[in-house]
Design a protein around this ligand. Sequence first.
Ligand code: 4AD
Ligand code: MG
Length: 481
Amino acid sequence: MKRTKIKEILANNNITETEIVASGWVRTKRVSKNVGFLSLNDGSTIKNLQIVIDINPEIEELLSRIHSGASISATGNLVKSEGVGQTVELKCNKLEILGEANPDEYLLQPKKHSLEFLREIAHLRPRTNTFSAIFRIRHAMTFAIHKFFNEKGFCNVHTPIITGSDAEGAGEMFQVTTLDLNNLPKTEDGHIDFSQDFFDKSTNLTVSGQLEGELFAMALSEIYTFGPTFRAENSNTARHLAEFWMIEPEMAFYNLNDNMDLAEEMLKYLVNYALNNCYDDIEFLSKRREEEQKTKPQNERDDMNLIEKLKFVVTNNFERITYTQAIEILLNSNANKKNQFEYKIERWGTDLQSEHERYLVERHFKKPVILIDYPKEIKAFYMKQNEDGKTVKAMDVLFPQIGEIIGGSQREENYEKLKARISELNIPEKDMWWYLDTRRFGTVPHSGFGLGFERLMLFVTGMGNIRDVIPFPRTPKNAEF
Ligand code: 4AD
Ligand code: MG
């Protein structure tokens, strides 16, 4: 007989004569004199199905071999439940063990585990309520992103993962090579001879699909990429990964305002989608977070629960201000004057740390903020230069708890200006000829941005550490699993 998913069984609540089969992993077992109870989860929903079975010697033997983590199939009828906590349960007529889980060796025993411990057993953590909820939401967010762009007529473009260019110019790249590292070929002047490497040149894992995305926006008008990106920056924070996923829309004929409108509309759409389609999981994570908040000192607690926070973002307009205005607010803030920031703001021109971004969002405006017009020195070469000669048409979207969730800009579409900036920054023009060509032939004003998918996931799930919202985190000194 074909298995019915537990989500479907519980949604239908159909109490019928026909037998059904439920399969999954046992969360807990309780055995009394005459009956055994198993709570079964198959990952289709956060909810468990209660399996009830009358005890006879054969069943007793079976039950003695079933422990938390074991996989079973249960055949029977759905009946009204006598107990509390569920309206229906499966009255089991046939029980089959698919795979046992020895309780002396199985690390995921049914008790409270720390998130740190669960990271060490990342191969098992999807079997917990918390992580199954997170990864169901991650799937829903992936789907919602494609749905959003599809409804708007954007084309998804698959940009390359191996690249010969450093898109952000930050130089924090993972090299890709087939050269024998123990026996590197050298040129006459002593440098590594990359002409003998697989691609006949030095290559890296991409830090962004933007530059290639721009090429496609110059033909298809509105495109987006959604892929893995890699950064070898040695930042061991709760918001950085060495491998993360990024959504990068790129739009011809959009100015910075259009760009901000799209970013705000997209974030609201995604949060709204989560509220409407992942409610059980979000409710679970919201309760989990409330418990976690109780362990924190009063002044560090969040006054909104997760669901309130999500609804707040959907219903409020994001505050839009310039970098210069933000610096003024920060310079005049008590936090800065009383040296409460780890990095004190001294002058216009400094890059903002996440503590400053969070101050603006959480304490000053108390809502998401979009900062624009940053000093050109702290932003990438491709951003459109403003008339003042000092700032560029950059935009960062800042969220509570997270800081920067989106980074983007209007692009410099003027060939001469872009070329000048490239040479000012000593970026080798020979690597950029194809990018510069877009500005030579049929150039148009255009804009785009990058949404860090895991940062979005942090916000939607209310989790505190980015390592907990990606299946297998890659961080400095950590690539297990
Ligand atoms: O601000 P970033 O570096 O912008 C770009 O890469 C542009 N090419 C985007 C564009 O205009 N098409 O990165 C964009 C976003 C950040 O706002 C942040 O959410 C996320 O990517 N991000 C990271 N997420 C996790 N770990 C890291 N190490 C991240 N670095 C950036
Ligand atoms: Mg950025």
